[in-house]
Design a binder for this molecule. Structure first.
Ligand SMILES: [Zn+2]
Length: 214
């Protein structure tokens, strides 16, 4: 595991490796094939933007559009395999103790979104990923993959209308994601405090890499 950019607590053990990721920060984690990444909503109500890149080829990453097509849904469940832009499974949802409300449709928050919201210079998930990619030695352009927005409650009504609501994830609930290949995961603790998705107050999460369980 690589240290999270915030330099917060990190521990490594024989069975698992765990970090705490503060609100608005991003963590970079290496997950080997067969290992499971557990994303814990420590205090509840927090959205986590998640990206996954193949460790051996940074041009290959999970794509939400291709995953929607492969899964025939916008609502991932246990067993859902997220595929890359080459339609190859990279990571699979192995467990979910939250109410199962996640988003596969929205881009990350970015500097332009906050400009629209009269908050220029606001911390944002897109720049978090750019910084983390740069720190890992990779250039990041203007275009970024759309994230898997864990715990994000942005339902699509039958008439197609999308709304933004508070995350329904309880404190301590988690999602397990099993790596199908060696990969690098980026977890951005969404700093949005203007729209209601994080209840107006972003908060810390935890991430654990479990060795070959679940
Ligand atoms: Zn965000």
């Amino acid at each position: 595991m690589e240290r999270c950019r915030s330099g917060l607590s990190l521990s490594e053990g024989a069975m698992s490796r765990q970090i705490k990721v503060e609100a608005a920060e991003i963590a970079t984690l290496r997950v080997a094939a067969g290992e499971t990444l557990r994303v814990v909503n420590s205090l509840g109500g927090q959205v986590v933007d998640a990206w996954f890149f193949a460790a051996d080829d940074w041009t290959e990453h999970v794509c939400m559009s291709h995953s929607r097509a492969a899964l025939r849904t916008i609502r991932p469940v246990v067993g859902s395999a997220f595929v890359t832009c080459r339609r190859v499974p990279l990571i699979t949802m192995a467990a979910d103790t939250s109410p199962g409300v996640h988003d596969m449709t929205m881009p990350p928050c970015d500097r332009w979104r906050y400009q629209q919201l009269d908050a220029p210079g606001h911390r944002n998930c897109a720049d978090n990923l750019r910084s983390a990619l740069h720190a890992a030695g990779h250039a990041a352009g203007v275009m970024l993959p759309d994230p898997l927005n864990l715990f994000q409650n942005s339902p699509v009504a039958p008439d197609g209308t999308i709304t933004f609501r508070e995350s329904s994830a309880p404190a301590g609930s988690y999602v397990d994601l099993r790596a199908d290949r060696d990969l690098i995961a980026f977890l951005s603790v969404c700093p949005m405090d203007i729209m209601p998705i994080n209840g107006g107050s972003p908060r810390e999460i935890a991430a654990v890499v479990l060795d070959g369980v679940t």
